[in-house]
Design a protein around this ligand. Structure first.
Ligand code: NAP
Length: 264
């Protein structure tokens, strides 16, 4: 089958073991994605930081502009996934890690969902990771790379009042397990982290009023045995560990980073 992208050179060349890895992080302008971009840059990787707004991406890259390059793109656009992967390859000639992190919440009761509210939610949280992963496959096959999906601890339990968000993330977990098996013969590993309550601007991005966010936080704290909200860096650490070459025998795993929420 013809591949739409040029094969990477470095992987099979003399620098295969020493060349810095290239990591694509979606939703890298804030929260967990920003912390993940920083974590990989600190390890010496080249990070392509994807988001729709330029200013937050530039701020993310300010951590280490020699390692992190912003890429303004909408992963739900028709040509978004292909553009993102091709740009990463144009910049660095290889792709080793894809972190499907960009996501939206859109809290609603079942009665109030409409096509107009469901479509962007599933396009961002479910379809875009599918199409991005598909677009990245030839490059990841060359690098024997890693895919890390970002799901949520409520995907394993259900979230009344936000059921489509939970359902999309649960589907991403099923995809993680399925792809781990499907892509293993290609040398590609697939894993996910399932964050609990993490201190990020996701509620602001959803347009939630401060009192709504406070109510959600109170509920989350009540359901988190460690009794606090997590930090984006704590999730980023787990993503980087799952993507590490030293995690070479780990695939198909969903790792909760949730202060114990899923087992409580
Ligand atoms: P966040 O700060 O809102 O980050 C999400 C990022 O995704 C934003 O920077 C946004 O930037 C980007 N994005 C959204 N739509 C996009 C699109 N179509 N194309 C490209 N980029 C897009 O939220 P976060 O909390 O860090 O969330 C990261 C992931 O963790 C999400 O998948 C979320 O579901 C998951 N998660 C978060 C929590 C939590 O408590 N925070 C808990 C469980 C799971 P632009 O608007 O500039 O595009």
């Amino acid at each position: 089958m013809a591949t739409p992208y040029p094969r990477t050179r470095q992987q099979n060349g003399p620098n295969a073991r020493t060349a810095p890895r290239t990591v694509l992080v979606t939703g890298a302008g804030s929260g967990i994605g920003r912390a993940t971009a920083h974590a990989f840059a600190d390890e010496g990787a080249h990070v392509v930081a994807v988001g729709r707004r330029e200013a937050p991406l530039v701020e993310t890259a300010g951590h280490d502009p020699s390692r992190i390059s912003p890429l303004v793109a909408d992963i739900t656009a028709a040509d978004g996934p292909e553009t993102v992967v091709r740009t990463a390859l144009d910049r660095h000639g290889r792709l080793d890690v894809l972190v499907n992190n960009a996501g939206l919440v859109n809290g609603r009761s079942l009665r109030t969902y409409t096509r107009a509210t469901v479509d962007p939610l599933l396009a961002t949280n479910l379809l875009a990771p599918v199409l991005l992963t598909q677009a990245a496959l030839p490059a990841l096959e060359d690098s024997r790379g890693v895919i890390v999906n970002v799901t949520t601890s409520v995907g394993q339990r259900g979230w009344p009042g936000n059921s489509l968000y939970a359902a999309g993330k649960a589907a991403l977990e099923v995809l993680t397990r399925s792809w781990a098996v499907e892509l293993a013969p290609l040398g590609i590993r697939v894993a996910a982290v399932a964050p609990g309550a993490i201190d990020t601007p996701i509620g602001d991005h959803a347009g939630l009023a401060p009192e709504q966010q406070a109510a959600i936080r109170a509920w989350q704290l009540d359901h988190t045995p460690l009794g606090r909200i997590g930090r984006p860096e704590e999730v980023a650490w787990a993503i980087a560990r799952l993507a590490s070459p030293r995690a070479s025998f780990i695939t198909g795993v969903i790792l909760p980073v949730d202060g114990g929420a899923v087992v409580a």
